[in-house]
Design a protein around this ligand. Structure first.
Ligand code: CO
Length: 138
C-alpha cells in the first residue's frame, strides 16, 4: 500500500541554525522558510536526491509541535511521511485493521497541497506517520 518515503520531518528549536547546518555543512539544497499558518508551523524544505527533509518550527500560540519541542528541547524527528495513491482507500484499510487515524479522519491539505492524514504513533512503532496522497505513488 505505501509507496515512497516523501519526507522526514524534524522539529527544531532554531530554524536558521538548522537550515545552516544542512546548507553549509551537509551541502544540501535548502528552501526559504515558508509559513503554514493552518498547520501552525514554519517549514524549510531540504531536497535530497531520493526524498526530502522538512525542518519544522512552531508558528503561533497553538502550534502542534510546541509540545514536542517542550519534551525534546534540542529538536528531533517528529514524523515520517509515506506516499499513497489513494488516501481514502488507505484510510479505510487502516481503520479496518484497527489503526487509529488522528483528528476527524478526514484528509487535510498538507504543505505540498496534497491531501494528508496522520496516524497514531502507538500503532506505528512509536512514530507519528503522515500519509500523503501523491498521484504518481506506486
Ligand atoms: Co509532514
Amino acid at each position: 500500500m505505501i509507496g515512497k518515503l516523501n519526507h522526514v520531518a524534524i522539529a527544531v528549536p532554531d530554524l536558521e541554525a538548522s537550515a545552516a547546518v544542512y546548507r553549509n555543512v551537509l551541502g544540501a539544497k535548502v528552501s526559504e522558510p515558508q509559513d503554514e499558518a493552518e498547520h501552525g508551523v514554519t517549514v524549510i524544505f531540504i531536497e535530497l536526491p531520493n526524498t526530502k527533509v522538512e525542518l519544522l518550527y512552531p508558528l503561533g500560540d497553538h502550534s502542534p509541535i510546541q509540545g514536542f519541542l517542550d519534551k525534546n528541547p534540542g529538536g528531533g524527528i517528529h514524523h515520517v511521511c509515506y506516499e499513497v495513491e489513494n488516501i481514502y482507500e488507505a484510510r479505510d484499510r487502516l481503520k479496518s485493521e484497527g489503526m487509529r487515524v488522528l483528528g476527524d479522519g478526514e484528509p487535510k491539505l498538507g504543505a505540498h497541497k496534497n491531501p494528508v492524514l496522520f496516524l497514531h504513533p502507538k500503532d506505528f512503532c512509536g512514530t507519528l506517520v503522515e500519509l500523503e496522497q501523491v498521484p504518481s505513488a506506486a
